[in-house]
Ligand binder design. Sequence first.
Ligand code: DC
Length: 230
Amino acid sequence: MKKITIAIDGYSSTGKSTLAKQLAKELGYVYIDTGAMYRAVTFFAMQKGLIKANYFNQQGLIDALDQIQLEFQYNPVRGFAEIHLNQKNVEEAIRTLEVSSFVSQIAQVSEVRKKLVEQQQSFGRSKGVVMDGRDIGTVVFPDAELKIFMTASPEIRAKRRFEELLEKGQKVRFEDVYNNVVERDRIDTTREDSPLVKAFDAVEFDNTNVDKEAQFLQIAALAQEVLDQQ
Ligand code: DC
């Protein structure tokens, strides 16, 4: 059967990555988490002292972009590909609230986006990929056969993210997580280069009051319909 490209975009903490992983598993496709790539660049910038509270050496990061090598390596135990920054697994290290607090600033830099988008397009060249992010259906794969756009209320998204961080043992306050979600929405939707916007041909899902399993079944059926038309 012909393989397709599935683009999943939407606001932070709408369950994009859970859905994308499930879909990839169901179809035997490769899953790529592009948010992890922006987070890994952010982690690099933090380690090099290029970004901290009220400070961002944007030109320094641009000059250092050649020193950043990103790779995904499949982890059979977890069942998905984990991100590696310069040969080091940073899959967990990039999931902190601190990284989340800087990532939208990093993702505004056109030079960063150009580098990552090129790599994302090369991952998808042979199709059979499920990619999640903010600009997949609009910029990375405007010709994707299936585009999903996910939303949910900021309150429910913050609550999900807060519980996730607590489960990982991170000490966070709900208020800080909520403010981060709202601030990232603001920056991601208003930035000049590739803002978060629903592609005209994307199918929108609001999962504020929908459970993950029901949503997965609905979207898997949609993917099957698209595959049947190929
Ligand atoms: O999906 P996530 O929350 O891990 O993404 C982290 C940040 O990266 C998000 O706030 C915006 C940015 N991002 C982006 O600009 N473009 C993408 N394709 C994916 C993520």
